[in-house]
Design a protein around this ligand. Structure first.
Ligand SMILES: Nc1ncnc2c1ncn2[C@@H]1O[C@H](COP(=O)(O)OP(=O)(O)O)[C@@H](O)[C@H]1O
Ligand SMILES: [Mg+2]
Length: 577
């Protein structure tokens, strides 16, 4: 029973303030998200970009504001844990009827962690594991709409397309419905030996990102389910279905941790995530939350996953495979799919950047279009693990080189600051270990990664192969951000011709090199490729080694052109089939 003591009254007011701020966050999040439809209808891609940035900045902005309010309200009791424990119970009561309790819990944790800078987690003042059981999907209203198969498949697809209610016309909806039906039939014959389709379950809300819109769902046929994603584009002649994606791998790549977050209107995120998981079983729940823009809650899920995993496993954290970083000390738990990056106390020569610079570059990546080529990163503070789960050589490295980021106690290791991201195979190792055809493909995709980054105005800075990783889908992704910058901030130059032969062999350049000067001809030397790999790269991507290529990209960016990266192969485009 609630007794109205001063303690309880204050706790209730604190809980109410946090809940009100959560409501503000939700409303603003939804308002920005809703705008995506209009941006798509009006082909307002610059507007989309502003929205994406505004939404990324929303959470920290609201948290900073409510932390200020709470400090003011609680005054001297700000760090009174008993009061916070009562606040937590009061808050749990008010969020009981929310459809997104899990987000509300994470929001509370963000506030309490800001006040306490809690080491590890403290279940008295944080929702460690959710206080609510996941309600069974059955019984509640499904998050998707079922379209039972009656008659021709093309009619069914037409019905799905009509359901979107865009305030812009399709270029030719009938043509696209037929193209989609043909593509599905072709695939069904290959996969489930032409079983009849029973129904299509589609999420009514459209997923928007950059210049694309996606209709996401699944096809049911007997007891089999197959993912179904229709990728729409709004071209000058109207909206078209550009591609249909039917495998878990292809859909997974669209939902990848290397892409910016979708804008999709959803009121019960947990149900949406469960539905997505039904046809992307390998994708962690954390990544699905992150993919729909709830990155803070995704981080909570990742943390919970990690803690559960640590309880159930016995292996030890160790230095990650590959060349050591000059800026980052990188370690991993072999049985868990992520790496932990902590900033070293000192950076080896010739790095001149500071800890602050590194953090700023990671911030830049967070807010920038990641184009399918930059790994998403979760920033953690004050993580603790048992010391006996660390290998001795890792403890030695952390003690010697990352004392600012890590404290090693007699029983526990506290990681004061770490970036956590998906583990990949470093590209330098991959090409050494893979068969030649796979290695050649990776090198081709490495060149494509550099182009995709350039198209979104990102120059990786350090093009060495060891700074790129290969995902389980064989995609090449960049992860070393400390020298990353905008293409438009660089000065790309041709190497001047040597005045006489002796100049060429001087260790120092014989010409002036400015701080932002970049000589693309030199990239090939850094790559260290030989034989067939080198020839493969030069044949497909030789132009990347010219200043002219980069200057051309600069001109397009400066003219305000937005170059979109489609997240599926060109061969999947219906107009190419
Ligand atoms: N996501 C990742 N998956 C696997 N290994 C990684 C990952 N990120 C970094 N590494 C390994 O750690 C090394 C250093 O990381 P990096 O981000 O390049 O930092 P630095 O700026 O110090 O070079 C890389 O060369 C690579 O071997
Ligand atoms: Mg590196």
């Amino acid at each position: 029973m609630w007794i109205p003591t001063a303690h309880n009254r204050l706790a209730r007011r604190g809980a109410a303030a946090i809940f009100a701020a959560f409501g503000d966050y939700e409303r603003e999040f939804q308002a920005i998200t809703r705008r995506a439809k209009v941006r798509f209808e009006q082909r307002d891609w610059h507007g989309w970009q502003q929205d994406a940035l505004e939404r990324l900045e929303l959470y920290p902005r609201v948290i900073a504001r409510v932390v200020g309010e709470i400090r003011h309200l609680l005054d001297f009791s700000e760090t009174d844990k008993k009061l916070w424990a009562t606040m937590k119970s009061a808050y749990a009561e008010v969020i009981g009827s929310c459809q997104d309790i899990e987000l509300a819990e994470t929001f509370f944790n963000s506030v309490s962690r800001r006040i306490f800078t809690t080491i590890g987690v403290d279940p008295r003042i944080e929702f460690l594991f959710s206080d609510f059981d996941t309600p069974a999907e059955a019984g509640s209203v499904p998050i998707y709409r079922t379209h039972p198969a009656r008659g021709a498949l093309a009619e069914l697809i037409k019905q799905v397309l009509t359901g979107c209610e865009f305030a812009a016309p399709f270029e030719d909806r009938d043509r696209d419905a037929h193209r989609v039906a043909r593509a599905i039939n072709r695939q069904l014959q290959a996969v489930v030996s032409a079983m009849p389709i029973d129904a299509i379950d589609m999420i009514p809300a459209v997923f928007y990102r950059n210049q694309g819109a996606y209709l996401v769902g699944r096809i049911r046929s007997g007891d089999q389910v197959m993912p179904l994603t229709l990728a729409l584009q709004h071209q000058e002649g109207g909206i078209v279905v550009d591609a249909v994606l039917l495998s878990a791998d292809e859909v997974s790549i669209i939902f990848s941790f290397t892409r910016s977050y979708f804008h999709v209107e959803v009121h019960r995120p947990r149900d949406l995530v469960a539905f997505l998981k039904s046809f992307m079983p390998r994708k962690p729940i954390a990544e699905l939350y992150i993919a729909i823009g709830y990155n803070k809650h995704g981080k909570t899920e990742l943390y919970r996953d990690l803690m559960r995993h640590i309880d159930q496993s016995t292996d030890t954290f160790d230095i990650a495979r590959g060349d050591r970083g000059m800026v980052m000390s990188v370690f991993t738990l072999p049985s868990f799919d992520v790496v932990f990056k902590v900033i070293r106390d000192r950076f080896a020569f010739p790095k001149t950047s500071s800890r602050r610079d590194v953090i700023e570059r990671y911030q830049l990546v967070f807010k920038h279009d990641r184009a399918g080529r930059l790994a998403d990163v979760q920033e953690f503070e004050h993580l603790t693990f048992a010391r006996d789960r660390f290998s001795q050589r890792l403890l030695d490295e952390l003690a010697a080189e990352a004392a600012e980021s890590v404290t090693i106690g007699p029983r526990m290791v506290e990681i004061k600051h770490a970036y956590v991201e998906r583990r990949m195979t470093p590209l330098n190792l991959y090409i050494r270990e893979a068969e030649l055809p796979a290695a050649c493909n990776a090198i081709l995709d490495y060149g494509q990664a550099v182009r995709d980054l350039a198209a979104t105005n990102i120059f990786p800075g350090d093009m060495l192969l060891k700074n790129f990783g290969v995902t389980r889908h064989g995609r090449v992704v960049f992860y070393d951000y400390d020298e990353l910058c905008l293409v438009t901030d660089c000065h790309f130059r041709e190497l001047p011709a040597a005045a006489d032969e002796s100049d060429e062999f001087d260790a120092e350049p014989w010409f002036y090199v400015g701080p932002n000067d970049i000589f693309p001809e030199e990239f090939i030397t850094f790559m260290g490729l030989g034989g067939e790999l080198r020839d493969t790269f030069l044949k497909a991507h030789g132009d990347i080694l010219t200043a002219q290529y980069w200057q051309g990209i600069q001109t397009r960016h400066r003219a305000g052109e937005l170059l979109d990266i489609i997240p599926y192969p060109w061969s999947r485009r219906l107009s190419n089939q």
